[in-house]
Design a protein around this ligand. Structure first.
Ligand code: FES
Ligand code: FES
Length: 184
């Protein structure tokens, strides 16, 4: 068993400790918001926050994550209210969305340590690849997120996803929709 904390919950993984954290999160914990892009550390689609630092989860083994605090896109906020999420939507810095979770995690880690980053600091801290090319909007979004984090600006809540848990589960077969009869 490998014990770590995922999205503020203690979790034990009964998997080979050499399993990449990416696959433990996606396949065992069903946290499919973390994306698999390249598997070799190039794209950043798999970024999660580990003890405050944005890391590529395809390059970390479960053993290396043992005892650490891992946050995935599902744990960034329960209702898309994190300043980075609000600003990405407000600046329309999302196209197909595949790269977005990794970018959001890298941006959230940056804003937490530097809420007023320059263009070059953003580019250095968020090396993620985006095949849709949202880069100019991304810089604007991260700077706007920083202003929100510093309470210099407010952005209204991002729109609701517009899809029910049941519909989402049909699209992602590994994910079971909660049974309303069982409650929380
Ligand atoms: S999947 Fe991890 S960097 Fe591309
Ligand atoms: S929004 Fe499509 S890859 Fe970035």
């Amino acid at each position: 068993m490998t014990a770590l904390t995922v999205n503020d919950r203690p979790v034990e993984f009964a998997m080979d400790p050499e399993t990449p954290l990416l696959w433990a999160l996606r396949d065992a914990a069903n946290l499919t918001g973390t994306k698999y892009g390249c598997g070799v550390g190039d794209c950043g689609a798999c970024m999660v926050i580990v003890d405050g630092e944005a890391l590529r989860s395809c390059l970390i083994t479960l053993a290396e994550a043992e005892g650490r605090f891992v946050t995935t896109i599902e744990g960034l906020s329960r209702d898309r209210s994190h300043p980075v999420q609000q600003a990405l939507v407000a600046e329309q810095a999302i196209q197909c969305g595949f790269c977005t979770p990794g970018i959001a995690m890298a941006a959230a880690a940056l804003i937490a340590r530097n809420p007023d980053p320059s263009d070059s600091e953003i580019k250095a801290a968020i090396p993620n690849l985006c095949r849709c090319g949202v880069y100019p909007r991304l810089v604007r979004a991260v700077q706007r997120a920083g202003r929100v984090a510093r309470r210099l600006e407010r952005i209204s809540a991002a729109p609701a996803p517009g899809i029910s848990a049941e519909d989402a589960a049909r699209e992602v077969p590994a994910m079971a929709a909660p049974d309303p009869a069982e409650g929380d």
